[in-house]
Design a binder for this molecule. Structure first.
Ligand SMILES: [Zn+2]
Ligand SMILES: [Zn+2]
Length: 252
C-alpha cells in the first residue's frame, strides 16, 4: 500500500515537471528554487514570465536565455512600447517582443557580402529608405540576406563573383553564444544603435579609442551597408565587401 502511494506521488511529480517545461527558459535570473520556473521562464510575447506564480522579468545586464546579456527592455516603466519581432524573410505580421539580448563576444570580422552591386529586394533601397531599420527587424533582414545569397539566379548580371553572406550567415544556426538558442541574427541599424547606447551592460563591445566598426543588417544601397563604430557611437555606410566586426543579437 505504501509503495503504491509513493508511485502515485512520483507520477504526480513527473506530470508537474512536464507541464512546467521551459518555454523561453534558460539561465535568466529570477525567483528560482521551488518556483514553477526552475526549468526556465516563459516570456513568449510577454514582459513578465507567463508561468503561474512567477513574476520574473529581465533587467538590463541580466544574463538572457541564450547566454548573452539583455541590452534593451521595452516596458511600461520606461515608457517604451513593445516592438514587433519579424521571424523570417516572409513574416509581415511578427510577434510582440520586449527584450533584446546580445551575445557575450564578437563572432569576428566578416564581409557583409562577397561583392557589391546587388540591390536586395525586401531591404531598404536607398540611403533614406527606413524599411529595414526598425527594432525587431534585424532577424527578418538577416533571413532576407541569406535567402538572396542562396538563390543562384540573383542577380543575372555580368558580375561573376559569388554573392556570399559571411556576416549574416555567421549569426544564424548552428551559431550559439554558449547556450542552446540558435535564433541569433545580425542587428538592424536601430538595434545596433541600442547596443551602442547600452554596451556597458553587455561588456566586451568595441574598444575605447580603437576603431571598432560593426555591421548592421540594414542595406544602404546596392553597394553600401549601414555600420556603426561601437567605440564612439557613430553610424555611417561602407562597402559590402569590408570585413567589419559581427556581434549577434536575439530578440524575445
Ligand atoms: Zn524569466
Ligand atoms: Zn518564470
Amino acid at each position: 500500500m505504501k509503495n503504491k502511494f509513493l508511485l502515485f506521488i512520483a507520477v504526480i511529480v513527473l506530470i508537474g515537471f512536464s507541464t512546467t517545461a521551459c518555454g523561453d527558459g534558460g539561465s535568466g535570473g529570477g525567483p528560482l528554487g521551488g518556483d514553477p520556473c526552475a526549468s526556465g521562464h516563459d516570456h513568449l510575447e510577454s514582459l513578465i514570465c507567463r508561468r503561474a506564480g512567477c513574476n520574473h522579468q529581465y533587467a538590463l545586464g541580466d544574463r538572457g536565455p541564450g547566454g548573452g546579456f539583455i541590452f534593451y527592455v521595452a516596458d511600461s516603466i520606461s515608457g517604451r512600447t513593445p516592438f514587433r519581432l519579424y521571424l523570417d524573410a516572409d513574416d509581415n505580421t511578427g510577434i510582440i517582443a520586449h527584450y533584446l539580448e546580445a551575445a557575450p563576444s564578437d563572432i569576428g570580422g566578416r564581409e557583409w557580402a562577397g561583392r557589391t552591386g546587388d540591390l536586395i529586394p525586401g531591404l531598404s533601397q536607398s540611403s533614406g529608405d527606413q524599411t529595414d531599420w526598425a527594432i525587431g527587424r534585424g532577424r527578418k533582414n538577416t533571413a532576407i540576406i541569406i535567402a538572396y545569397g542562396q538563390n543562384p539566379t540573383n542577380p543575372p548580371s555580368s558580375n561573376t563573383t559569388p554573392f556570399t553572406t559571411p556576416a549574416a550567415s555567421a549569426c544564424v544556426a548552428p551559431y550559439n553564444a554558449g547556450g542552446s538558442r540558435t535564433d541569433w541574427f545580425l542587428p538592424s541599424k536601430n538595434e545596433l544603435d541600442l547596443l551602442e547606447l547600452n554596451k556597458a551592460y553587455v561588456g566586451n563591445v568595441g574598444s575605447p579609442g580603437v576603431i571598432s566598426y560593426y555591421w548592421s543588417s540594414s542595406q544602404y544601397n546596392s553597394d553600401l551597408v549601414w555600420y556603426q563604430n561601437l567605440s564612439n557611437g557613430g553610424q555611417s555606410d561602407w562597402y559590402k565587401w569590408a570585413p567589419y566586426l559581427v556581434r549577434a543579437i536575439r530578440a524575445f
